[in-house]
Design a protein around this ligand. Structure first.
Ligand code: UDP
Length: 240
C-alpha cells in the first residue's frame, strides 16, 4: 500500500463546497461525492479533522450590510456551520465512517463541545472529527478556525479544498488573462502580495505556527487523495 504523505490532516470545507451549482443550501449528491473522497483518505490511514464553513447558508457580512448588528449576524453564520457539520456527519456515517462533531458553542444535545484533548483522542481512535461553530467568536472566519484547530491538534497540513479553483493565482483568472498560478508560496508572500487564499488572520496564524497549506480544486475527482499521497497539485503555501 502506498504510504500517505501526511499522518494527520485538517481539511477545510467551505459552505459553498456543499452547495453545488445553485450556490446555496446543501446538495446531498455533492456532499455524497465529497464524503466518498474523505472516506478514501481515511481508509489510507490518514487521521482526518474537518473544519466546515457556513457561507452556503449565511454569512455575517450579509446581515451587517442589511443593518444587523455584526456580532449577531456572525453568530447566525456560526450556527450555519453546525448545520453543515451535521450534514457531513450523517453522510460520512452512512458510508460507515465513524465520526464526532465538536462545536465551539455548546449544544450538547446534538454534538460534543470542543475539547482539544478529546478531539485528538477521537482522531487516534480513527474517528473523523468535524469542527463546527467556527472559533465561537464573531469577527472571525472558518479559515481562521481551520488554522487554529490545525495548530491545536498538531495537524501536518491544512488542505484547503476549493470550489472550482485549482490553486493560488497572481490575479483573478476569470478577470485577468495574464494571471499565473503559483506552485509554491510562503505565507509571508501571500500576506505581502495580498493574494486571496485565506483571510489575513488565518494566514498570520499559519505563518507564526509554521503550518503548511495546500490549496486545490475539490471538484476534480480524486484530488483529496492525490494531495494526501504527496502529488504536487494546486498550490502549496509553506510555513516559513
Ligand atoms: N463566523 C464567525 N466566527 C468564526 C467563524 C465563522 O463569526 O469563527 C461566521 C461569519 O459570520 C461567517 C460565517 O460564520 O461569515 C460563515 O463562515 P465562513 O464565511 O468562514 O464560511 P465559508 O466561507 O467557509 O463557507
Amino acid at each position: 500500500m502506498v504510504e500517505p504523505k501526511y499522518r494527520r490532516v485538517l481539511l477545510k470545507v467551505s459552505g459553498e463546497a456543499l452547495a453545488g451549482e445553485k450556490g446555496f443550501g446543501i446538495n446531498p449528491s455533492v456532499v455524497n461525492g465529497l464524503v466518498k473522497e474523505i472516506k478514501e483518505i481515511h481508509a489510507l490511514g490518514v487521521e482526518v479533522a474537518i473544519v466546515v464553513g457556513g457561507g452556503n447558508i449565511w454569512r455575517g457580512n450579509i446581515g451587517a450590510e442589511m443593518g444587523m448588528e455584526r456580532s449577531q449576524a456572525d453568530y447566525m453564520g456560526m450556527l450555519a456551520t453546525v448545520m453543515n457539520g451535521l450534514a457531513l456527519q450523517d453522510t460520512l456515517e452512512n458510508l460507515g465512517v465513524p465520526t464526532r462533531v465538536q462545536t465551539s458553542i455548546e449544544m450538547r444535545q446534538i454534538a460534543e463541545p470542543y475539547i482539544r484533548r478529546r478531539a485528538i483522542r477521537h482522531l487516534e481512535k480513527r474517528r473523523v472529527v468535524i469542527f463546527a461553530g467556527g472559533t465561537g467568536n464573531p469577527y472571525f472566519t472558518t479559515d481562521t478556525t481551520a488554522a487554529l484547530r490545525a495548530v491545536e491538534i498538531g495537524a501536518d497540513v491544512i488542505l484547503m479544498a476549493k470550489n472550482n479553483v485549482d490553486g493560488v493565482y497572481s490575479a483573478d483568472p476569470k478577470l485577468d488573462m495574464n494571471a499565473t498560478k503559483f506552485e509554491e508560496l510562503t505565507h509571508m508572500e501571500v500576506i505581502s502580495k495580498g493574494l486571496s487564499v485565506m483571510d489575513s488572520t488565518a494566514s498570520s496564524l499559519s505563518m507564526d505556527n509554521d503550518i503548511p497549506l495546500v490549496v486545490f480544486n475539490m471538484n476534480e475527482p480524486g484530488n483529496i487523495k492525490r494531495v494526501c499521497l504527496g502529488e504536487q497539485i494546486g498550490t502549496t503555501v509553506r510555513g516559513k
